[in-house]
Design a binder for this molecule. Structure first.
Ligand SMILES: [Zn+2]
Length: 278
């Protein structure tokens, strides 16, 4: 360990434990996470986990603590590691950076980031956008041939042979390694991004039903898949006639989002496949 110790060493594990306790039970009584019984008694603590209190459930005759049935349950690392990792992830640090700051293996921090993101997502999966929502689509080539190992251009010392995946005419499709990415941007600020197999009416309708609350106002471009959408108050601008905004009707937020994300999608080259869960 270097002379300047890692940041999490400055944390007090007992304070972290108390913090987790407040986070988990702040708005409800202490309850057994297995059988939901509220008939529980204190049951000592753990010598290897300072500050972690154990409870006895009179319902299912088993013990539990503040971490039972959570991500951190039975983790061999102490809470300061987890709290700092979560904090750094929220500051959009890379998993490599987190590994360096925490002094854990790169694979460990990669896995933690993956778990933490999924845990955060699980709270949002059923939330739908409401009010005025803009939608836009983009096609992203998933092939990443010709990219250097850490991203960016490879210095070859000669002219490139031009063997990378060529952009095909027309709309993309997952099977052609060029999936469609649809962004639903609420004027209130929330965003849902879908990566879909194709851009047919059925797919877009399915994606809209997942992301946008029925009856919302929807502003898009003039693509026919949007025009066939059912269940929304729909208005569109016609880009082919050089119409980009008509009063309140425009999709500039969605397009702005893509202009910010496009360079990132490039870096995601090989990982876009992760997005195909839905
Ligand atoms: Zn119980």
């Amino acid at each position: 360990m270097p002379v300047l110790s890692y940041l999490h060493h400055l944390f007090n594990p007992e304070r972290c434990q108390a913090y987790i306790h407040t986070l988990r039970w702040k708005d409800r009584p202490l309850q057994c996470p297995r059988c939901q019984s509220e008939d529980v008694d204190p049951w000592g603590d753990y010598h290897y986990r300072p500050g972690c209190k154990r409870y006895w459930c009179n319902g299912c005759k088993r013990t539990f603590n503040d971490l039972t049935n959570t991500l951190l349950h039975q983790s061999k690392r102490s809470l300061p590691y987890w709290i700092l990792a979560t904090f750094l992830l929220c500051l959009s640090c890379s998993s490599r950076r987190i590994a360096r700051e925490l002094g854990v293996h790169g694979r460990t921090s990669y896995r933690w980031c993956w778990w933490l993101r999924n845990a955060a997502l699980s709270y949002e999966m059923h939330r739908q956008l409401e009010g005025t929502v803009e939608a836009d689509d983009l096609y992203h080539t998933a092939g990443n041939k010709g990219q250097a190992h850490g991203g960016g251009k490879k210095s070859l010392g000669r002219r490139a042979r031009g063997r990378r995946k060529k952009r095909e005419p027309g709309r993309g499709h997952y099977d052609k390694d060029r999936p469609a990415i649809i962004a639903w941007v609420s004027r209130q600020g929330a965003v849902v991004i879908h990566a879909t197999r194709d851009f047919t009416v059925t797919t877009v309708q399915k994606a809209a039903d997942l992301a946008v609350h029925a009856g919302s106002r929807l502003y898009t471009d003039s693509a026919s898949s949007y025009r066939a959408l059912k269940g929304y108050m729909h208005a569109f601008v016609n880009h082919t006639q050089k119409e980009y905004a008509r009063g309140d009707v425009h999709e500039n937020r969605a397009e702005c989002l893509f202009s910010l994300l496009k360079p990132r999608f490039k870096g995601l080259g090989c990982t876009t496949h992760f997005l195909f869960g839905r």
